[in-house]
Design a protein around this ligand. Structure first.
Ligand SMILES: C[S@@+](CC[C@H](N)C(=O)[O-])C[C@H]1O[C@@H](n2cnc3c(N)ncnc32)[C@H](O)[C@@H]1O
Length: 418
């Protein structure tokens, strides 16, 4: 490192960072060739991590994949890099990773030469100018605080100061979305959300940038805690459903055309009324909702019957068996979400499901996300127990194609031929 670069980094640290805070700093390309920036940060009580593709002095973490940092998103308060970008063949991929691991509101201080003799460590690929740094900042929707070329220095250092926009909690509603290809089959297999490349979406509108730039888990947690608890209804009756799953149910009901839908766990009756509305549109089918605690029940519909009882009660199981005899039957489970109760109900009610129809197990999301109020194992664990011993059923993953589902692996279809 040349002295002017050290002085420039020192100036940026003093100008932009608060004094003496134990923030986390990642130095990209930290291998100490004639010195390092580390003292600038450790003197201020910061936690400094040096990252490089080669082991050596001042390197804490060695990259296995040069373009994949081994840190979760939003891990560091400050990212720095000096005299490294010119040596990185695909520096834009490194830049993507830097932005990914930077916390909202965090800073990037970048220095790279605009001129100078070839110096291969182990390669020398690029030189940079202020417009190039601006382009990098704009590409990742960063605030560009500085983008300058210091012509007076030996290497004509290009200096960049960038800031990742801070977020407000209420903007965190929607997850990432990948455009389906024209030839993709809507009923075909879906990729898990985890496979989405975080740098794929380009969010063009500034007002909605933070809104859409959120992981699907934040949408789910917000929806669960804020929207479902107070503000979700069907025709005025509280309904505890993710609207995307409700849409999937509409598609299933239309395709299966059941004579009878048995709902376990009716709540206030909003979901049962929703099923009735869809069946009404098809002019076919009835809904039987089993609800142990009818005090909150509000729904009524000519196609709807409420059984106010515990679904595990033998007499209730028998009553439902009789109602379903000879009928094309579909079951929805939204009752007690503990693993043992869901497995118990699967065992008691799954034999009623007709070939080609479904047993929909709701809310396995409690096994996936840390949702306040749920502890222990829930529906997803029960589904896995059940499916292991019931080859006549299969999990229809195509029903999870809208990506955000509260019913992971919960669309269980009875095979037409065993
Ligand atoms: C999540 S709420 C149902 C919400 C409703 N399906 C909706 O989407 O609006 C779960 C309901 O299951 C009921 N429940 C729990 N265990 C049950 C059981 N063993 N038999 C019948 N209902 C049960 C609870 O009383 C509660 O009303």
């Amino acid at each position: 490192m040349h002295p002017e670069s050290y002085q420039e980094m020192s100036r940026m640290v003093t100008q932009y960072l608060p004094t003496r805070r134990p923030i986390h700093v990642l130095d990209v390309g930290s291998y100490a060739v004639n010195g390092s920036y580390k003292p600038l940060f450790t003197e201020r009580g910061c936690h400094y991590t040096g990252l490089d593709q080669s082991p050596g002095p001042n390197v804490d973490v060695v990259l296995k994949d040069p373009y994949r940092f081994p840190f979760p998103r939003n891990s560091f308060d400050v990212l720095i890099s000096g005299q490294a970008f010119e040596h990185i063949p695909r520096f834009w991929e490194t830049w993507s990773e830097m932005v990914r691991v930077l916390k909202p509101g965090g800073w990037i201080f970048l220095i790279a030469p605009s001129r100078g003799v070839e110096h291969r460590y182990p390669v020398d690929c690029w030189r940079f100018y202020r417009d190039g740094f601006r382009a990098l900042g704009e590409w990742k929707q960063l605030e560009i605080i500085e983008a300058e070329t210091r012509w007076e220095t030996i290497w004509g250092d290009c200096i960049g100061v960038f800031r990742k926009p801070a977020r407000t909690w209420w903007k965190g509603l929607l997850g990432r979305w990948r455009k389906p290809s024209a030839e993709s089959n809507p009923h075909g297999p879906v990729e898990a959300p985890a496979n989405i490349n975080p740098s794929t979406p380009r969010i063009r509108d500034a007002e909605y940038r933070d809104w859409y730039d959120r992981p699907i888990s934040e949408w789910a947690l917000h929806h669960q805690a804020i929207v479902l608890a107070f503000r979700a209804s069907w025709l005025g009756i509280p309904t505890l459903k993710n609207p995307l799953d409700a849409w999937v149910m509409q598609e299933i009901l239309h395709e299966v055309r059941p004579d009878i839908v048995v709902e376990i766990g009716g709540g206030a009756g909003g979901s049962a009324l929703f099923f009735c509305t869809v069946l009404e549109g098809m002019a076919h089918g009835r809904v039987v909702s089993i609800e142990a605690d009818g005090r909150h029940w509000k729904a009524s519909h000519p196609r709807l019957t409420l059984i106010e009882a515990d679904c595990a009660d033998r007499s209730v199981i028998k009553q439902v068996q009789e109602l379903c005899a000879g009928k094309r039957t579909l079951i929805v489970h939204d009752g007690d979400h503990t693993r043992s109760a869901v497995l118990r109900d699967l065992q008691a009610y799954a034999p009623l499901v007709s070939p080609g129809s479904y047993f929909v197990v709701e809310d396995g999301i409690v096994d996936v996300l840390d949702i306040p109020g749920f502890t222990g194992e829930g529906p997803l664990a029960a589904i896995r127990d059940f499916i292991r011993n019931h080859p006549e059923f299969e999990i229809d993953k195509s029903r999870e194609r809208y990506l955000l589902t509260y019913n992971p692996s919960g669309y269980i279809r009875r095979r037409v031929s065993p």
